[in-house]
Design a protein around this ligand. Structure first.
Ligand code: NAD
Length: 364
């Protein structure tokens, strides 16, 4: 029997509640396969800081080092509550970026999927989204301005100033471009590379390297699109995209916009893949506005399990079953609050009930 260790970092806000649903699904899959999942919970994020004074405690690092994969819930606090934590220990700076750096998880896959039967979840008009959507956003995750040198202080004129550098080298761009071309090759053989080369020199290098890597993939058609235009096209004609690749900051923003196109960030799982280790997390944050209310949509967290099954454990068949189970709950007319529109004939269910219904659909 195969056995995998999974570090479970539930995180903050809605993290614990959506993680519980993900673990229910994982247990169900374990029961009907020749596989065992050893789930090892570990503190991470703001809750870890309040407990121990570290948002990425040493014990969590050890658990993650040992694990075959990491399942991570969202972390973070509201704008006001964040100020209770010293700057360098705040969840993103003290935990999330160090996690990404530690495992060099440079390739972030963010599937943006809405089957035609669920296109009514989108705020876009029927003529734009009626056929559904299936695109893959690939975001470079360990470079760019988030990881560049930072400096702040008071300048010679007595003014407070800040400098944050956007840094990339050709190795970083090449490896994410290669992942994007390989993904495009397996899908529609079309790749949109997102850039801002009319202003940023980093994008000039980005475009050069994408063109060089593209020579190894002559069957993939590349289109270079300015990031500002891409934001517009995502609303006006998202169906033109199949695989999109972009640097870190652009990917952070455009993938949240893509969540809006689907109708909720609760529909956005993701995989963060490194050379040795990968971790899986919803693309959204800890949603402090709805934490503790049993109304968060756990699709993003359960979908992250599906991505882990496929990408870390080679369990493609069960990953597909999980996607189908989740979609079947929506198709049967159940919906979490984020996707329920006034006047729509859906039965609203809470986070726990959605998880139970996914498990029931899996068991069928
Ligand atoms: P958010 O992504 O938490 O929430 C934005 C909106 O989407 C809110 O209205 C929220 O209710 C809704 N939403 C998000 N996930 C949902 C779900 N599963 N079901 C239903 N609705 C959902 O963004 P925010 O409020 O700007 O940030 C909150 C905290 O999360 C901040 O501290 C931020 O830094 C952090 N954050 C963490 C991550 C991460 O852990 N990778 C990512 C983004 C933001």
């Amino acid at each position: 029997m195969k056995s995998y260790q999974i570090a479970v970092l539930a995180g903050d806000g809605i993290g614990e509640q959506i993680m519980q649903q993900a673990l229910k699904a994982l247990r169900c899959i374990e029961q009907r396969n020749e596989v065992s999942f050893e789930l090892i919970p570990a503190p991470f994020g703001a809750s870890a800081w309040f407990e121990s004074g570290k948002s990425f405690p040493d014990e969590t690092m050890e658990i993650c080092d040992q694990a075959d994969a990491i399942l991570k819930g969202p972390i973070g606090l509201s704008f006001e509550d964040t100020k209770k934590i010293p700057l360098e220990q705040r969840p993103e700076r003290g935990a999330l970026l160090p996690l990404r750096r530690r495992y060099d998880t440079y390739a972030n896959f963010r599937p943006v999927r809405l089957p035609a039967e669920l296109s009514h979840f989108s705020p876009l008009k029927e003529e734009i989204i009626g056929a559904g959507l299936d695109l893959m956003i690939i975001r470079e995750l360990v470079g760019g301005v988030y990881f560049g040198k930072k400096e702040s202080g008071v300048n010679a004129q007595g003014l407070r100033y800040v400098v944050e550098q956007l840094e990339y080298d050709e190795f970083q761009i090449e490896r994410i471009a290669r992942v994007a071309f390989q993904t495009a090759q397996k899908r529609g053989k079309k790749l949109h590379s997102i850039h801002k080369s009319n202003v940023l020199k980093s994008s000039v290098l980005w475009n050069d390297i994408v063109a060089e890597v593209g020579q190894d993939f002559p069957d993939v058609q590349v289109e270079n699109v300015l990031v500002d235009a891409a934001a517009t096209y995502l609303c006006l004609n998202p169906g033109q995209f199949d695989v999109m690749v972009m640097e870190n900051l652009f990917g952070d923003i455009l993938s949240d916009q893509a969540g809006g196109v689907l109708g909720s960030l609760g529909l956005m799982p993701s995989a963060c893949v490194g050379p040795q280790k990968s971790y899986y997390e919803p693309a959204h944050g800890s949603a402090p506005d709805i934490a503790g209310k049993n109304i968060a949509n756990p699709y993003s967290m359960i979908g992250s399990v599906a991505m882990m099954l496929e990408m870390s454990f080679g369990m493609q068949h069960e990953a597909n079953n999980l996607w189908k189970a989740m979609q079947s709950v929506f198709v049967a007319g159940y919906s979490t609050a984020d996707l329920s529109k006034p006047g729509a004939s859906v039965t609203m269910v809470g986070t726990d009930e959605f998880g139970d219904r996914v498990v029931a659909a899996l068991e069928k």
